[in-house]
Design a protein around this ligand. Sequence first.
Ligand code: DHB
Ligand code: FE
Length: 293
Amino acid sequence: MAKITASVYTSHVPAIGAALDLGKTQEDYWKPVFAGYEFSKQWMKDNKPDVIFLVFNDHATAFSLDMIPTFAIGTAAQFTPADEGWGPRPVPVVQGHPELASHIAQSVIQQDFDLTIVNKMDVDHGLTVPLSLMCGQQDPVKGAWPCPVIPFAVNVVQYPVPSGQRCFNLGQAIRKAIESYDEDINVHIWGTGGMSHQLQGARAGLINREWDNAWLDQLINDPLACANRPHMDYVREAGSEGIELVMWLIARGAMSDIQDGKVTGPTPKLAHRFYHVPASNTAVGHAILENAI
Ligand code: DHB
Ligand code: FE
């Protein structure tokens, strides 16, 4: 059967993608950001997944105000990079996994979560920046990402947005779905976005280092309490775009210490943790958790 062996959490700042694509990684401003992912790139090589289930949010690239799915699963064979800011990044087309994605859609919908099935979707920095950070730069034509990716888009842009608790519960349903897939494959689940950032208004540029780190401690070690945090905690403490962090709870809820809404096993192993300010207007946070095999 398929199993989830690890979860990855990372910010997805678009300026990081631009720094990579424009060859700025060795500049003083960017060096410390990329240094935090050196371990992770080696870890990806040593722990290569067969499929990545990648939770991100679309930033009005694939979806507009015409249609706003709360949870959208990409079931296509391929996803083309696109973006709303710097334009499409020069990175390889993302290969999907239609069989596993369809299986997850079937299972998760039957567990009473409403997913939107998306057979055609462009993917923006929310998805491509984490892939670049974890897998390194790839030639857009001759290169390829190391494995198929199932994009899972969450609406955290246009209110109303889902709660952290609902995301955490959904993560548990996604794990059940993956574990009922009849093929011996190794799946990683990634949660992206955050950490603290506010891109507009009087508080633009807000960074809350202390809160971010306490939240990450809680996500790792006390996930039920973390899931229970109300939406306003994020907005007040981490800024309006800090709400992207609820997507990390989908990945955390899918880890094997959680069963039927309770902690029933040992905390997953923390393989790596990183935090850095600044990157554009955002705090960069990153962690890797491994399930006990
Ligand atoms: C920015 C945009 C994002 O989507 C994000 O998650 C972080 C930062 C930005 O425009 O700086
Ligand atoms: Fe974002």
